[in-house]
Design a protein around this ligand. Structure first.
Ligand SMILES: [Zn+2]
Length: 463
């Protein structure tokens, strides 16, 4: 056996830019190729040269479709990567939706910056374009859950359902006899459609690479319920804007609204999903239900055989820009669900600009808001936020509802990890510095594990 190393190329001291490179004498396996998002200093890292020649990567393992895990793939392809991107069936489908949208946004933002002249680049360039995204999709290769698949002469991977989003997986990767477990983003076992994460397989593990998004938090039951917040907004004659990640969060929110309307907890007001990407994702969730996908809860396909779980009866799907613009002049109280979830891009940015200055409206934050995002500014109670170079006053009510989180919290993470056989080494990633540090300490103190929080670009030999 030669030397096996792991390099942390992203998702250290931040929740974005997941990229981990495992190298042996014979293979270079990249686990996830995520985009850095949020703070400008993080986003700038997307432009750094990749530390190895992309053409020398033997295979990429993709844990799930979210942009912070998949969004860097087109750049690797543009720069010479041309092997398999191995993943699950629905991750492949959803990645197509996400990368096409991402390419479009990159190109649009670059054009917008060029017109307004607020870019620091002389001629603003997109990180990649649609052609790069389309070529990337040709390399996607989907494999079943819970089956060991050979990647190269000395490497194998197995995907297990992780209950985070449709298609999502934690993976066991074996490279030159060293065994790695990547938790990626771990669900909470409370998803309305997806099964709880599988238990970790009872195999000897050399290194665990665990997420720590909510490593320093325990999800609390909110004081104001989702229904109370919506009803209060309706009473004021305002509308409700819910910025939501297009993939999965939109589905979870729609199912919750379906429940609330069915039980008369809220009135039957119009609901608009205004995100082409969310609508494409919604089609794949419907497809998964029709086909009884293996990651779904047992009985889901039967339960929703003849009803659409996402439509309480008043759902409008706004596919075109003209339809989206109509939402600028709502006459009755309505709910708009729009992406992106952190207000960093997409149609939600226009809705924020339109709705924040009106004190009758409510914005409900339902997901993690990364440092530097507009969502984080709202969460922190800023009185104005910057949108397209202009300051917009925040008069609307801002609320946070945390029980839609599709990430395990600190307690849930420790409980799940404890089920593995004691690993040789543990690397705590995918968290902001405090979260990473807290989970690292807990794993050391409570489980006696050899856990550390690596820094970006650190490389470790796996012993
Ligand atoms: Zn995710």
């Amino acid at each position: 056996m030669g030397k096996v190393t792991i390099a942390f190329l992203g998702a250290t001291e931040t929740v974005t830019g997941s990229r981990f490179l495992v190298t042996s004498d014979k293979s270079k396996i990249l686990v996830d190729a995520g985009m850095f998002q949020g703070l400008k200093e993080d986003r700038r890292k997307n432009w750094d040269p990749f530390p190895v020649e992309p053409s020398t990567i033997s295979a990429i393992v993709l844990t799930h479709a979210h942009l912070d895990h998949s969004g860097y793939l087109p750049l690797l392809v543009r720069n010479g990567f041309n092997r398999k991107i191995v993943t699950t069936h629905y991750t492949a489908k959803l990645t197509a939706v996400i990368l096409r949208d991402s390419a479009r946004l990159q190109v649009e933002d670059a054009r917008f910056a060029a017109e307004k002249g607020f870019s620091k680049h002389a001629i603003p360039l997109p990180l990649y374009n649609s052609e790069d995204a389309e070529r990337t999709l040709l390399f996607l290769d989907s494999v079943p859950f819970r089956e060991k698949v050979q990647l190269t002469e000395d490497s194998f991977v197995t995907f297990y359902p992780s209950g985070h989003i449709l298609g999502s997986a934690f993976v066991v990767l074996e490279v030159d006899k060293k065994v790695f477990l990547f938790t990626s983003d771990m669900g909470r076992g409370n998803h309305p459609l997806l099964s709880a994460p599988d238990d970790p397989p009872q195999v000897g593990i050399d290194a665990i690479i665990t997420e720590s998004t909510y490593g320093d938090r325990v999800h609390e039951t909110p004081i104001d319920s989702f229904a109370d917040i919506i009803n209060a907004a309706i009473k004021r004659g305002g509308s409700i804007l819910i910025p939501a990640f297009a993939v999965d969060r939109t589905e979870v929110i729609l199912m919750a609204l379906h429940d609330l309307i069915e039980t008369s907890a809220i009135p039957n007001i119009p609901i608009y999903v205004d995100s082409p990407m969310a609508l494409s994702a919604l089609d794949y969730y419907r497809d998964a239900i029709r086909n009884n996908a293996p990651e779904l809860l047992p009985g889901i396909a039967k339960k929703w055989e003849s009803f659409d779980p996402f439509d309480p009866g008043n759902l409008s799907e706004m596919r075109t820009v003209d339809e989206s613009k109509k939402l600028n002049n709502l006459i009755t109280s309505s709910i708009i669900i729009s992406a992106s979830g952190m207000g960093t891009g997409g149609r939600v940015v226009h809705h924020l600009a339109n709705m924040l200055p009106n004190q009758k409206n409510t914005v409900i934050l339902v997901g993690f808001q990364a440092a530097g995002s507009r969502g984080r500014s709202l969460e922190e109670g800023r009185k104005e936020i910057k949108i397209h170079g202009k300051w917009v006053p925040v008069k609307a009510t801002i609320k946070k509802v945390e029980n839609f989180s599709v990430h395990a919290d600190g307690d849930e993470m420790v409980a799940w990890l404890k089920k593995t056989k004691k690993p040789q080494q543990v690397f705590v990633v995918h968290g902001e510095p405090d979260a990473q540090a807290t989970l690292t300490k807990r794993l050391r103190d409570e489980l006696g594990w050899n856990a550390i929080a690596p820094k970006r670009m650190q490389v470790f030999e796996v012993l």
